[in-house]
Design a protein around this ligand. Structure first.
Ligand code: ADP
Ligand code: MG
Length: 399
């Protein structure tokens, strides 16, 4: 990743019109906002810019309206939310480009905000269209990307826009890159990755990349079943990917080559049914009967992973270790989240986590706040873990 990214915090932005690309892709139901996390994470950048006397133009996408106007995907409900939180007047433009947007930008005063309507109401956004980006840039002085979670996409408001305005990173994007760099580029060693979730096939590139970086890779969740199968264990009715057995074998071999210890569960919690509060018991991985499925890691495995946590300095976590949505199969995930959080509080461990379901599992564990950093990005976080350069970040370094 480029080191040449310039942060907006080092710029003089007084009287400047600053266009911020935010991720306000917020779950809305009947125009009501379901979760404010994404708005809250944007506040440091907004407050910094408002306090520095700039004029703020905020743009974002919401959902996938495919280039057409749909009221259900309007960003308008956010006007009240933003103005309530910031106690500032928030103006709104019904289109992100064109005459109305231009007039609204020209009328902005220092310390004021203009929210633009959904970028994806125009095809030019996802097509990375230069003319659309130029239109978006008109009457603005500076561009700030504060949407790490969208930066794996070459879309106009993230990529083409940098052709027209001096471009900078926002505070949230800075934090995200700092956290990811601290676990992947120059981690305090020993460093471990905890990889869970449903399928090897969706995480294969991540695991292969991490093998070259980590001292330990701890595997849990349903994907551990495929590894166990590849090692000759019978996993009964557990979720497995039979066509990924060779991939699992390849990973086991590669980890030896790179001196990365691959840790698999030694015991699991099994049940006949994938149901809330179904009958369950703990068995060794060599004793999974044919009518059972493994839905969580067992206590011996929790103990083993706890011991590893105590011996490492940096932990990267992606993927739940069991079917955490269904009680009691979140026990392993929640127990280890607590251990990781306690070690983080004691300054013994740097803990960085990310992934859609991982973030919700850690929130459910009640200790998410104590982690060093939990990424709010899904796809972009996973692509970064694969070692892929994110296009919208690369262009920021080219100023
Ligand atoms: P993330 O979104 O954090 O990258 P994934 O999407 O890879 O995570 O995986 C999360 C899903 O994996 C969860 O829905 C969870 O229920 C499921 N899962 C984890 N362990 C098991 C298991 N043993 N059996 C069935 N499903 C599991
Ligand atoms: Mg997921």
């Amino acid at each position: 990743m480029s080191n040449a990214i310039k942060s907006i915090v080092d710029e003089d932005v007084r009287e400047k019109v600053v266009l911020i690309r935010a991720d306000l892709n917020i779950p809305l139901s009947d125009g009501k906002i379901q979760d404010l996390t994404r708005v809250k994470r944007l506040l440091p950048t907004i407050k910094f810019l408002l306090n520095s006397g700039s004029k703020l133009v905020i743009c974002s996408h919401l959902g996938r309206p495919n280039g057409e106007y749909f009221e259900a995907y309007s960003l308008k409900p956010l006007v009240k939310v933003l103005s309530d939180i910031l106690k500032t007047k928030v103006n709104f433009s019904n289109s992100c480009i064109g005459h109305g947007a231009l007039e609204a930008k020209k009328n902005l005063q220092s310390g004021e905000i203009l929210l633009l309507e959904n970028l994806r109401f125009h095809k030019g956004e996802t097509e990375n269209n230069l003319e659309f980006a130029r239109n978006l840039s008109v009457s603005c002085d500076i561009f700030v990307n504060d949407a790490f979670s969208c930066s794996h996409r070459s879309h106009a408001s993230l990529h083409a826009i940098t052709n027209f305005l001096p471009s900078f990173s926002g505070i949230l994007l800075d934090q995200e890159i700092k956290a990811l760099t601290s676990v992947l580029k120059l981690p305090v060693k020993p460093v471990a990755a905890l990889v869970g979730g449903a399928k090897i096939s969706t995480k294969i590139n991540i695991i292969e990349f991490l093998i070259t970086k980590m001292d330990f890779i701890i595997i849990g969740g349903a994907m551990a079943n495929t590894f166990l199968l590849a090692m000759g264990y019978d996993v009964g009715k557990s979720m497995v990917e039979r066509d990924a057995i060779n991939l699992a074998k390849k990973i086991l071999d590669k980890s030896k080559k790179f001196n990365c210890q691959l840790i698999l569960p030694s015991d699991v919690v099994v049940s006949k049914y994938f149901e809330e509060n179904s009958d369950h018991k703990t068995v060794n991985v060599s004793n999974i009967s044919s009518d059972m499925m493994a839905l969580d890691i067992g206590p011996k495995t929790i103990e083993n992973i706890t011991a590893i946590f105590k011996n490492i300095k940096t932990l990267l976590w992606n993927g739940p270790l069991g079917a955490f949505e269904i009680n009691p199969f979140g026990k392993g995930t929640f127990a280890l989240a607590k251990v990781a959080a306690e070690l983080t509080i004691k300054d013994q461990l740097i803990t960085v986590a990310g992934g859609g379901d991982t973030a919700s599992a850690l929130n459910k564990s009640g200790v998410a706040e104590d982690f060093t950093y939990i990424s709010s990005a899904g796809g972009a976080f996973l692509e970064w873990l694969e070692g892929i350069e994110l296009p919208a970040i690369s262009v920021l370094g080219k100023n």
